[in-house]
Design a protein around this ligand. Sequence first.
Ligand code: FA5
Length: 392
Amino acid sequence: MPTVDNPTEKTLAELGVNDAQGVAEKFAEVRTRFDRQVAFDADEIRSLMLHEAWLGSDSDPVTSLRNFWVGRKAGVLTLITENWLKKSPPSLKGVVGKQFNELKTHIETKLEEQRKRIEEKTEAAALNREQVDLSLPGVIRPVGSHHLIRQVFQEIEDIFFSIGFSIVEGPEIETPYYNFEALNIPEFHPVRDDMDTFYLELPKGAKTPLLLRTHTSPMQIRTMEKQKPPVRVIVPGKVYRRDNPDATHSFAFHQIEGLAVDTDITFCDFTGTIEYFVKQFFGPSVKTRFRPSYFPFTEPSVEFDVSCPFCGGTGTAAAGGTCTKCKGAAWIELFGAGMVDPAVYGFVNYDAKKVSGFAFGIGIDRLAMLKYGIDDIQVFFQNDVRFLRQFP
Ligand code: FA5
């Protein structure tokens, strides 16, 4: 409901204006009302809107004020043009036109000033709200850390980097060819029984069966297929076997494969490299030894042992009695390794007469258990933060 009359909705004749002075008075009246409103800030305009139908109902009070005065359809300036200027008698047209132009310039200038003023004020208020109080305590965001297995991978990678090895990674889903055959493990070879394998269910007619790799050794083949000697790589990764979970077995675990092939690699290079690694990893005082073993893809094959780091290779615990870690044996079995079997070179088109090399496969989980005194492999996979926090 309008509470204030809007004189611009009437003609000058209807307002009883018939001379130049009357015209000037009416324009002055309108200008005074405008000057009062344009001096207001946004909140004051809002409350004015509630009381005066002079202002529109746009949700933004500043826009409402602007539309009311200069809106093209029904703004005051349009109404003056229609009702005062166009409908004034010829004798007053000149004076109404002059007054109108002055008012128009005045209104437009002042509205622009008001817009800038309100904008600056709003911006200053926002800046004020966002000001940072440097004396307040900061927000503490907890920083995560690497899982112990990842840390052990990193330690081993650093050691092998330092002696010229590089890292390669490969697929966890493999073909039987790479996981077995090319590693000199033909079908029905008894070794396949030790690596009880997860096979993928594939649609009928699939070209080859697929499996979850049971060790990182397939990457020996993939690497040699791609690369001519010299080869010096380590392969960190996840592997899978259908083993029942217990304190030392998991169905998913981690290995690092190592492979070095060149024209003149000897058994001494092999044992020297392994010994260097073990001493870097467990400390200079540990001793190593190797025992004959068997892998179809290495010949000869060995099992590397380390003198028990817990009892100093004595078999006796510091507090007396038998060392519980090595069970009094003084040695702990570490991993399998060997000189690459010449039969393997045949699968990758290497000349077995010209090249030689060694390979090893380290079970990371058991190595980490040994180094950090952990007696159950399952804790690596349970993600209990009480365990994880012990290895920041
Ligand atoms: C192999 O996997 C060979 N590919 C290693 C190798 C590489 C030999 C290159 C020669 C040359 P093996 O099956 O022994 O070997 O497994 C290697 C290591 O994996 C073991 O010493 C053990 O630490 C770890 N391992 C085996 N099965 C499990 C399991 N279920 N859970 C946790 N760790 C396991």
